[in-house]
Design a protein around this ligand. Structure first.
Ligand SMILES: NC(=O)C1=CN([C@@H]2O[C@H](COP(=O)(O)OP(=O)(O)OC[C@H]3O[C@@H](n4cnc5c(N)ncnc54)[C@H](OP(=O)(O)O)[C@@H]3O)[C@@H](O)[C@H]2O)C=CC1
Ligand SMILES: CC(=O)C(=O)O
Ligand SMILES: [Mg+2]
Length: 752
């Protein structure tokens, strides 16, 4: 496992990711105010008694007065954790926490993990059944076969909410979607496809059942477990396996694969050898779905059979066939119609919707991030889980199928409005950020980390390199390689380090800066000292001379001081104002605040420039800009002496005829609260502002820092905008992950 994992990140980083800050990946936050005694009196006793009585009188109102309707439990006993086997309930917790956060991230479903310490089927069933009042749905996970079949079947019969064993049906749905498309590409019909299923557990049996239900013939499927082919008459198989036993004299996986069209692996790492692939039919379809390490790596499969279509469960290869593309969205649809269960019609609707999506033109934001014009083909048979269209298309198909098949207790009346509400449920920023990371991998850039002696910077550089996001270029003294080794890097010499004491580039760098500053009061000696001693000067010149594509600094000096150092070497982009944007990122909204870092009292012209440039960044991040020029005053009330610049800014934009909405001056509550905005019907904003142009640095910087320290949303930035080279100045308190995000945004041209 470690060899595979090391391709992307070190084991140390994986552990640090989980342990840093609050241990684990989940926290619970209140969705109602809890500040005053009155809030508490409403939230808890005595106010809570009112909804209690209402639910006692009419149980369906639990969906109105509690979190039940959007809450899914991810439940496991840890008997089949990924492809790692039975490692117990406690060890399953990181995976289950992971599934829970994926529910939130991809489909805005609230979810919590529950690990049950029992291998006794009846105790497990009883425990889950008793939880019905709490949840809107149950996602069973990583429970081994055959127990999982009995558990799921019994719970489906006993419970009145959806119960879905993801490893069975989520996997089967995505596998079916992939197979439909792979057949289309290779000119096959399901009824003729010869399939070898490797693995005879939860996922394998469910996938086999679904593809047979869709038309693959029983006689064309050979299932294998560790002992080889499951043939009729084998006496060591269970009833679920015997249903797929074949009348065949083939006994080994190698024999089974001779002439086969498809290998469907749901077994364990490395189970498929290149020599076995050689004997498959022309244009073989290979789904190596074991996690985290597939049955065969795509490069090995392709080396053996260049004509193969290969898919794995992993996100770092093309064609990720993983149930993450299904389970968040199928539950979203099921919860939204309060389905009593997830039936075959809903599963087939999901499979068809996913398959169909892969055949449609890929939206620009996805295509750009992947760096290629993705279109349906052997390297793209399945949509990316980050494809923002999944959230609209799959839940609506599932909800419709639930309604058509009579299991929806709250049918959707207006489907178009539902689809719109699905679109609005996800924040495009999160997709853009994820896609920015994918884009960085597709077009790795050289990013200079100017403070290579700082541990947090080195950790960011390691993560940047090992994540495949680009090449870190470090500035630091002799011991940087030792520091890297101490952080677990086995080959520190693979890291490029520039040391001003030993660099042969210094004379050229001094010359460059002297040319630039000789008429601005600097002697050559001053320049030599700066190049030798100031890492920001040294780093900025390296950037200017083309030794890197972007630069990250800011950890060791204040923002203002760092900016001054950088500015000595790097100019603003022609015609642009340099400034800072802080981003507040919530589940469904992003607010951009500018200028939070540089211009103390921007003129009207500068405010207009800042608004235009921020609008460009917002568009790059998937948001249609709505700009508010903020003040303490709203349209002249109260009047004051500080309003002229702001009004000028609005007027300048009037003159420029820009293509986005803007308005001002206005107070932040008017900008952000639609009820307040309604008091000004003439205001030219069609909804709450998502760009806040601050009147001056005092209020801007204070607000940004207050929000960072006190606010509930995630904060990104500040991003430095308007410089001629991509340079980012991180806050001194940044974590390694925050530095990597800035590096990715800088390298990808989003933060410019
Ligand atoms: N990509 C995806 O979305 C998903 C992938 N998976 C992957 O599928 C695999 C199985 O998961 P699941 O069905 O939940 O687990 P189960 O424990 O229910 O089943 C495991 C099955 O794999 C078989 N197996 C193990 N090693 C081998 C081998 N070397 N050759 C042949 N068969 C083997 C076992 O056979 P035996 O009884 O002989 O040991 C058993 O039949 C895991 O790797 C998991 O990560 C699962 C769900 C989703
Ligand atoms: C993806 C998944 O659910 C598994 O590998 O078990
Ligand atoms: Mg699983």
């Amino acid at each position: 496992m470690s060899e595979a994992v090391n391709v992307q990140f070190s084991e140390r980083e994986a552990l640090l990711f989980h342990s840093e800050g609050r241990p684990g990946k989940i926290e619970i936050i209140a969705s109602k105010p809890m500040a005053t005694q009155r809030d508490l009196a409403l939230a808890y006793s005595p106010g809570v008694a009112v909804p209690v009585q209402a639910i006692a009188d009419d149980p369906t109102t639990a969906y109105d007065y509690t979190a039940k309707g959007n809450l899914v439990a991810v439940i496991s006993n840890g008997t089949a954790i990924l492809g790692m086997g039975n490692l117990g309930a406690l060890a399953a917790k990181p995976v289950m926490e992971g599934k829970a956060v994926l529910f939130k991230r991809f489909a805005d479903v609230d979810s919590i993990d529950i690990e049950l310490k029992t291998e006794d089927v009846n105790r497990f069933i009883d425990a889950v059944e008793l939880m019905e009042p709490t949840f809107g749905g149950i996602n069973l996970e990583d429970i081994k076969a055959p127990e999982c079949f009995i558990i799921e079947q019994t719970l489906r019969e006993r419970m009145n909410i959806p119960v879905f064993h993801d490893d069975q049906h989520g996997t089967a749905i995505i596998c079916a979607a992939g197979l439909i498309n792979a057949c289309m590409l290779t000119g096959r019909h399901l009824k003729d496809v010869k399939v070898v299923v490797n693995g005879a557990g939860a996922a394998a049996i469910a996938c086999t059942e679904l593809i047979k239900a869709m038309g693959v013939r029983h006689d064309n499927v050979l299932m294998c477990d560790r002992e080889g082919v499951i043939y009729q008459g084998r006496d060591d198989i269970n009833q679920w396996q015997s249903a797929h036993a074949a009348a065949t004299d083939r006994r080994t996986l190698t024999e089974a694969l001779e002439g086969a069209d498809m290998f469907l692996g749901l077994s364990a790492a490395g189970a498929l050898k290149p020599e076995m692939v050689k004997d498959m039919a022309p244009s073989p379809i290979i789904f190596a779905m074991a996690n985290p390490e597939p049955e065969i790596r795509p490069e090995l499969a392709k080396a053996a059979r260049p004509d193969a279509i290969v898919a794995t469960g992993r996100s770092d290869y093309p064609n990720q066939v993983n149930n993450v593309i299904c389970f968040p969205f199928i539950f979203r649809g099921a919860l939204d119609v309060r389905a009593t269960g997830i039936n075959d019609q809903m599963k087939i609707a999901a499979a068809n919707a996913i398959a169909e999506l892969a055949r449609q033109r890929v939206p620009d934001e996805v295509a750009v991030a992947y760096g290629v014009q993705h279109s349906f083909g052997p390297e793209y048979i399945i949509p990316s889980p980050f494809d923002p269209r999944l959230m609209e298309i799959v839940p609506s198909a599932v909800a419709k199928a639930a309604m058509d098949s009579g299991v929806a207790t709250k049918p959707i009346i207006d489907m178009a409005a539902y689809r719109q509400s699905l679109r609005e449920r996800l924040n495009p920023t999160t997709s853009v950020l994820t896609l920015a990371y994918e884009g960085a991998k597709a077009h790795p850039k050289r990013v200079l980390f100017a403070e290579g002696e700082e541990e947090v910077v080195l950790r960011a550089a390691i993560a940047f390199k090992e994540g495949g996001y680009g090449v870190p270029v470090l500035v630091g003294r002799d011991d940087v390689h030792d520091r890297l080794r101490a952080l677990g890097v086995t080959n520190p010499d693979d890291y490029e380090v520039h040391n001003s004491r030993t660099s042969t580039l210094v004379p050229q760098m001094v010359e460059f800066l002297y040319q630039r500053l000789q008429r601005r009061g600097y002697l050559r000696r001053d320049i030599e000292r700066m190049v030798n001693q100031d890492r920001n000067t040294f780093g900025s010149i390296l950037l200017q001379l083309g030794h890197a594509d972007a630069m990250i600094t800011g950890i060791t000096r204040t923002y203002a001081k760092t900016f001054k150092d950088v500015r000595r070497v790097i100019d603003p982009m022609a015609g642009k104002v340099p400034f800072g944007i802080h981003l507040l990122v919530g589940q469904s909204h992003t607010v951009f605040m500018a200028d939070t870092t540089i211009n103390e009292r921007p003129t009207g012209e500068e405010l207009a420039d800042i608004a235009e440039q921020t609008a460009q960044v917002a568009r790059r991040m998937g948001h249609e800009p709505r700009v508010a020029f903020l003040s303490y005053s709203t349209f002249g009330n109260p009047d004051g002496q500080w309003l002229d610049n702001i009004r000028d800014g609005v007027k300048v934009l009037d003159g420029r005829q820009v293509s986005f909405e803007y308005e001002g001056e206005m107070a932040p509550d008017v900008a952000l609260n639609p009820k307040q905005l309604k008091n000004f019907p003439f205001a030219r904003l069609s909804g709450p502002a998502n760009i806040l142009i601050m009147p001056g640095l005092q209020s801007a910087n204070i607000s940004a820092k207050l929000l960072r320290e006190l606010g509930g949303d995630d904060m990104i930035g500040p991003m430095l905008i308007g410089m001629e080279k991509p340079v980012q100045i991180a806050p001194m308190t940044s974590t390694a992950s925050e530095l990597v995000t800035l590096a990715v945004l800088a390298a990808g041209g989003i933060a410019r």
